[in-house]
Design a protein around this ligand. Structure first.
Ligand SMILES: C[S@@+](CC[C@H](N)C(=O)[O-])C[C@H]1O[C@@H](n2cnc3c(N)ncnc32)[C@H](O)[C@@H]1O
Length: 445
């Protein structure tokens, strides 16, 4: 039970951060979904934009560096918290993340956490412990940070094991270094990338996306209302391009919402049929396309496991549902919410969807399969199995020139494989790519 008392400044933001972190880590809900839900709540809207930004920064820092935060707390605690003490655990995490990684005065981080613990009957018995542990974290901060194996600790154990086996330990640590940094904002522009880069204070990447350090709310940036660009990671912008010149062609965009790739295909002049299971996500796709003034798109809310098109397409893009472990830079909650068993289930779903999509391509047409995952079960292994089962298909290897000369992103087999530590830059926030896999397949007969 919470009690009504006057809040000292800063308490509301920390309470929101603790609540949101609990929604993600205790209730297992994706951060984006939790923030979307909050956006409609009066108490959230009553916060100033600066306070809302602070809540987001605290939550994302805590999630991004959760392994480091928990290790720091463990070092200062005499015994572990009981499993059911969920809220006090989040209070400690929010406090420690500020002490270790944010420019918040120590006394503010400690006293606000202590006050939050005191405000709730469930957490009040822990008030002195919260105060003592966080003061100890503040005192030992330098020693803690110097002695932590940071790249190991920020990587959830199940991913560490899988990635070390697949990519090796050095590469896994390079991924982790990329994951620790808040990434830049990448935009796909309809045209005039150089002009937009200049107007928005960004730069054009070799792959054609515009990259900039975020400053302020996206909808307020120049060109948003006019529909000149959309937000899309530079790696996510590559798979649709593998379909080549799609002008005037009938193209199916399967698993289309929220529509980043649909927009690319429509902007390139394709007649797009966009299919997705989720009507809610399709609504977002439609809103995005309306803003971008891209009209030649038929949208269909359907389950691809049962839906069948009336006629085959010139080209098909399947952006299959996946573990999204390639997006940890942008979605630091992913590694904590997903588990390896889910990867196996998703890989089976991807196999079934790919198998169905294969029947919807005209002879001679292209099928591009992609996932934003670093798990080879959702990428390389999927395609090996597909080609073994489909003699009517062959791989159409990707050439470096098609993706801005990004040769390291092409595998020995000719598939696209981007990694979080690609596109290095002296300014870490301007470096990196989401981890994507894409294979281009041609139907022979
Ligand atoms: C990776 S996201 C797609 C992102 C999108 N292509 C883009 O570029 O913006 C995967 C999508 O697959 C959809 N999905 C999952 N299972 C599906 C199914 N059985 N049939 C159709 N769509 C499905 C989800 O609703 C989700 O929108």
């Amino acid at each position: 039970m919470r009690e009504e008392r006057r809040d000292e400044p800063g308490l509301a933001t920390r309470r929101f951060a603790v609540d949101i972190l609990g929604n993600v880590l205790d209730d297992g809900r994706p951060l984006d979904q939790v923030l979307d839900h909050r956006a409609s709540m009066p108490a959230w809207r009553a916060l100033s934009p600066a306070d809302r930004a602070l809540v987001r920064a605290i939550v994302s820092t805590t999630l991004r560096r959760l392994g480091l935060v928990d290790d720091a707390l463990k070092r200062q605690m005499k015994r572990p918290l009981p499993g059911k003490a969920t809220r006090v655990r989040q209070i400690l995490r929010v406090g420690a993340a500020q002490l270790l990684f944010m420019e918040v005065p120590d006394h503010a981080a400690v006293s606000l956490a202590t006050e939050l613990a005191d405000r709730d009957r469930e957490t009040r018995p822990w008030k002195a412990m919260v105060n003592g542990v966080l003061r100890a974290v503040a005192r030992s901060r330098d020693e803690i940070l110097e002695t932590q194996d940071a790249t190991r600790l920020v990587t959830p154990l199940w991913l560490w094991r899988d990635w070390v086996e697949t990519w090796g330990e050095d590469e896994t640590r390079a991924f982790a270094s990329a994951h620790m940094v808040e990434p830049a904002l990448d935009l796909t522009v309809k045209s005039d990338a150089a002009g937009w880069a200049e107007r928005l204070g960004g730069r054009v990447l070799p792959t054609g996306s515009v990259r900039l350090l975020p400053h302020g709310a996206v909808p307020e940036m120049e060109g948003f209302e006019a529909g000149e660009w959309w937000v899309q990671d530079a790696a996510a912008a590559l798979p649709a391009r593998l379909l080549g010149d799609v002008a005037g062609k009938e193209v199916a965009d399967l698993c289309a919402a929220p529509g980043g790739k649909t927009a690319q295909l429509a902007a390139a002049g394709a007649k797009v049929t966009a299919v997705d299971l989720s009507p809610h996500r399709l609504d977002r796709l439609k809103q995005n396309l309306a803003r971008l003034r891209l009209s030649d798109v038929a949208t269909i809310a359907a389950d691809l496991e049962t839906w069948t098109p009336k006629a085959p397409f010139d080209a098909v893009l399947l952006d299959a549902p996946c573990s999204a472990t390639g997006t940890l830079r942008r979605n630091p909650d992913v590694g904590r919410l997903k588990k390896s068993a889910q990867v196996e289930e998703l890989a089976e779903l991807q196999h079934r969807l790919l198998d169905r999509a294969a029947g919807w391509v005209k002879p001679g047409g292209l099928l591009v399969y992609c996932t934003c995952s670093l798990q080879t079960a959702e990428g390389e292994e999927q395609i090996a199995r597909f080609l073994a089962e489909h003699p009517d298909y062959e791989r159409a290897p990707v050439a470096a020139e098609e993706i801005g000369g990004l040769a390291p992103a092409i595998t020995a087999d000719g598939d696209l494989r981007t990694l979080p530590d690609m596109l290095p830059d002296p300014e870490p926030r301007l470096a990196g790519l989401d981890g994507f896999f894409a294979a281009r397949l041609r139907r022979r007969t």
